[in-house]
Design a binder for this molecule. Structure first.
Ligand code: AMP
Length: 308
């Protein structure tokens, strides 16, 4: 089976949206990426760190989805990373109220031996040097390295971020981050500048307005499915990335044409994630539901037009 390495946070989240709030629930970028990728029946390992306070039932939830947790370090007397966020009424923007790094402050990722030849590496949002260390541990050059990052690292570790961007194949960031990274307003110009920094493929996510895929002069755009209910956008970006990476691992085809399909899978999975708080919707998502939504996606974007 083809393999995927996922590095990122496994966390406690507390979320407030206009529709309600939660206490500490299961969260973290690697959690959402793993849950989405698990839909593709591939060998996926999470490389992360948690404290002794992390409930066994959350670990069971992930391993029952066949996600390999052998790369998750448990610091018995430490506390798990905690994040608290509050969404504004538009549900597109949010304030971070609390970030407690806890055990993440001393995280030295170790990729399990069996995964050092994985075809795809998904670098979730973390310090760029942590991301770099994962790339350096790979014994066989991966076919595709995908990176997510955020404005925080652009503000605080830009030089290190450039070091890792130089070594990856796909960057997946949102429109604001692309603008900040390049100081360009036009996303087309921003994508070109990011290409020059290293990545062959540039994915720019626009939340409920879909996602772009740039590859040299080729551009592809997928809208997000218009949904009746958006309950909690937390993890949508990571779920998108997990669906994107999972599909590529499954198919083993890293061409532009196939990356277009991966974008559709990523968008489809993300459309489920936002329907409930935290990971709830992703925990019981069936293949049949995904299949149905892919059909809706196709209908949404297909049209016949005669061009002479
Ligand atoms: P997203 O909504 O896709 O941007 O991701 C939300 C997830 O990212 C939450 O589950 C958080 O636990 C996690 N998270 C929040 N802040 C950070 C951070 N500074 N570094 C890593 N992960 C974070």
């Amino acid at each position: 089976m083809s393999k995927l390495v996922i590095v990122g946070t496994v966390a406690f989240d507390a979320i407030e949206t206009p529709f309600g709030k939660t206490d500490r629930i299961l969260g973290g970028a690697a959690t959402f990426i793993g849950l989405a990728a698990s839909q593709f029946n591939i060998d996926a390992v999470i490389v992360s760190i948690i404290g002794g306070d992390f409930p066994e039932e959350y670990l069971d939830l992930l391993s029952n989805k066949n996600i390999d947790l052998s790369g998750v370090e448990i610091v018995k007397d430490g506390k798990t990373f905690f994040w608290k966020g509050k969404y504004h009424n538009d549900m597109n923007s949010r304030d971070t109220l609390v970030t407690e790094l806890n055990v993440l402050a001393d995280f030295n990722p170790v990729v399990p031996e069996d995964y050092r030849n994985a075809e795809v590496v998904m670098l979730g949002n973390l310090h760029p040097l942590t991301q770099l260390s994962v790339i350096e541990q790979m014994e066989v050059k991966p076919k595709l390295v995908i990176l997510d990052t955020m404005n925080f690292w652009m503000n605080n570790a830009l030089e290190d971020l450039h070091k890792v961007i130089k070594k990856i194949d796909v960057i997946a960031i949102n429109d604001e981050e692309a603008r900040q990274l390049t100081k360009e307003y036009s996303l087309v110009v921003a994508a070109r500048k990011i290409h020059e920094m290293g990545p062959k493929y540039v994915v720019i996510k626009k939340g409920e307005h879909g996602a772009f895929l740039f590859h040299n002069d080729n551009v592809f755009f997928a809208p997000a499915l218009p949904l009746e209910e958006v309950f909690d956008p937390t993890g949508a970006g990571d779920t998108f990335a997990g669906g994107f990476a999972g599909y590529l691992v499954k198919t083993g085809d890293f061409s532009f044409e196939n990356l277009k399909k991966a974008i559709i899978y990523g968008s489809t999975l993300a459309s489920f994630c936002v329907e409930k708080f935290g990971t709830e919707r992703m925990e019981n998502l069936s293949g049949e539901e995904i299949h149905k939504r892919l059909h809706q996606f196709k209908q949404l974007t297909q049209f016949e037009i005669e061009l002479s």
